[in-house]
Write a protein that binds this ligand. Sequence first.
Ligand SMILES: Nc1ncnc2c1ncn2[C@@H]1O[C@H](COP(=O)(O)OP(=O)(O)OP(=O)(O)O)[C@@H](O)[C@H]1O
Ligand SMILES: [Mg+2]
Length: 524
Amino acid sequence: MRDAMWAIGIVLGLMLIAVVVKGLLSYAHTYLTSRVAYKVITDLRNDMYYKITMAPLNRFAGEKAGDLISRVIDDVNIVQGAIASISTVLRSSVTLVVFVTMMFLKDWQLTLLAIALLPLLAHMIRRFGERIKATSRHVQMRMSDITSQLQQTIFGIKIIKSFTAEETEIDRFKETNWQKYRLMMKRVRMRALMPALVEFLTALGIALVFGFGCYRVLTGKLSTGWFFGYIAMMGMVFKPVRDLGNFNAALQQAIASFERIKYVLDMSEEPHDDPDAVELRDGIKGEIEFKDVSFKYGEEPVLKGINLKVAPGERIALVGPSGAGKTTLMNLIPRFYEPTSGEVLIDGIPVRKIKLSSLRRLIGMVPQEMILFNGTIYDNILFGRPEAEEEEVFEAAKRANAHDFILKLPKGYRTVVGDRGMRLSGGQQQRISIARAILKDPKILLLDEATSSLDTESEKLIQRSLEELMRGRTTLIIAHRLSTVMNADRIVVIKDGRIIETGRHDELIAKGGFYERLCQMQFQ
Ligand SMILES: Nc1ncnc2c1ncn2[C@@H]1O[C@H](COP(=O)(O)OP(=O)(O)OP(=O)(O)O)[C@@H](O)[C@H]1O
Ligand SMILES: [Mg+2]
């Protein structure tokens, strides 16, 4: 009696220990596989962001932002799912190998019969896998469309509303979303059908084995006990086979996504610096020279034989009809694009031969539309020179005529502006942009004057802050206002990619050429 109780006690104890060990192993399994999967996708996203940030500007010309976002977010998630189930696959493979080996050792003829259907099964799984991959590719493309439209809507909500296009946009979104739904359901049907077919083929295998096994038992070649043991082993093999089939489906989905990820990882980077590239020091004079510069984006030349020398501290106004190539000309200075022929030089050094980071550090840009980042006003100004002290940020804001209005905001410098700075007026956004450029304190300034007209009061404030910004810097300004061209040292008129006239305002007016006509049309 005592012995029996002991025995029971030991068995119960062992069972408890087994449960604890199993729990620990299951914890370790979940923890380790998740860790691997998360680590991989975190690295993957970092690499993708790096590539997107390092890509040259022209890489983005034909790119939809939403598509890139979808690749970084959704496709990486799908890959994560497949990575996480790799351990299940390993476990299933081991189980499969162990049991099939045992079955072979027990009765190889019976086992050959049992796996006779395997090639058929493999073929089926492969065919399903291919179709799942193709469908997944389409699902992900629709996902990109959804992200793109969402992003465009959020950015362009004002336009949509002003054209009362809400209904059309909603319908368009619904259509894409339902298309994605239908594709996903198609994939679900394939993914659900496969286990059923696997099960059917397995059952067929078992039936064959059962019949042949019974025959062997009846003819005395196999004992009844072993026969049932054998059938039990076959049952154990069923789950791993199904798991492998399911994994294949997930894997095909992940491969379709990985192709889309690879597209981002394969994006080209901006050209690396020449080995003998020089570092531009703060002491540069800031002379800019275009020497016989021509440029084309595609087939059509956009700039043709540009020769222009800008003296240190000189202020040049670029004018010309829309599409003449003004912005393009400016983009060549910070080397956003490379000239097709000819050279751009700063202080006599070709920009190709200057370290890219040092080149761009000396150039300040105030773009046409004011770009504010999601963050506080303080951070937005600080972006100009992240190592600047607080006092310097305030000083820059004062010089840009922004300090006073910032202090009037409920949270002052800590006011958060959305990605598009919607909370601020156009003029206020411009002044923040100017403060940022003042803080950066660049030697060369590139301004694309805003076309949107502001009220006179605001206009005057902007004008005063721009004056403050331009003082003592070599400035190229794409001018849309009469006051700007009047204040320029020299006006450069660009038409069809060529410089056709240069001079001061009154000189060009007196000449009665293209500029005079442009003036009559543009600055009334
Ligand atoms: N990324 C690009 N890829 C291909 N073509 C471009 C690209 N950017 C501009 N272009 C083309 O180059 C020409 C010059 O464009 P650019 O932006 O330099 O004109 P712009 O003088 O600044 O005009 P606007 O006064 O309207 O701003 C245009 O015909 C335009 O279609
Ligand atoms: Mg332009």
